[in-house]
Design a protein around this ligand. Structure first.
Ligand code: CU1
Length: 146
């Protein structure tokens, strides 16, 4: 029984390598993500965003989130997010331009969120970014779907 379970896990692990369905990011106290380019497969049933804040600063000073949206929507989403405030994770409620977003976290914290792969279309200009006030201008990267 145990052996079968391990084999099943191995199968899942190798499938995940073939087609990436995880947007796996680390952030720090320098207002940076560890990657500027992530590619996910268009065939993913479910996409997952994983964010680890490996810095030490508290959420109020150096909070980070991950927002997925069209590249052209980064600025307007961030402007409306700033008005919504920290309690709303700097994402306006019911913002239809936001495809997915994580919670806002501080140093030492991690957060994960999943969303349907069908929310993204291959060949579209998407980005991941942090909507914390002032961060979105530099704390971002390109999300490619293929
Ligand atoms: Cu940030």
């Amino acid at each position: 029984m145990k052996k079968l379970f391990c084999l099943a896990l191995l199968g899942i692990a190798s499938a995940a390598q073939a087609e990436n369905c995880v947007i796996d990011l680390k952030s720090d106290d320098q207002m940076k993500f560890d990657q500027t380019q992530i590619t996910v497969a268009a065939s993913c049933k479910t996409l997952q965003i994983k964010l680890a804040h490996i810095g030490k600063l508290p959420v109020a000073a150096m909070g980070h989130n991950v927002v997925i949206a069209l590249t052209a929507d980064i600025q307007p989403i961030s402007m409306d997010g700033q008005k919504a405030g920290a309690a709303a994770n700097y994402v306006a409620a019911d913002d239809k331009r936001v495809i997915a977003h994580t919670a806002l976290i501080g140093g030492g914290a991690t957060t994960t969120v999943s969303f349907p792969g069908s929310a993204l279309k291959a060949g579209t200009d998407y980005s991941f970014f942090c909507s914390f006030p002032g961060h979105w201008a530099i704390m971002k990267g390109k999300l490619t779907v293929k």
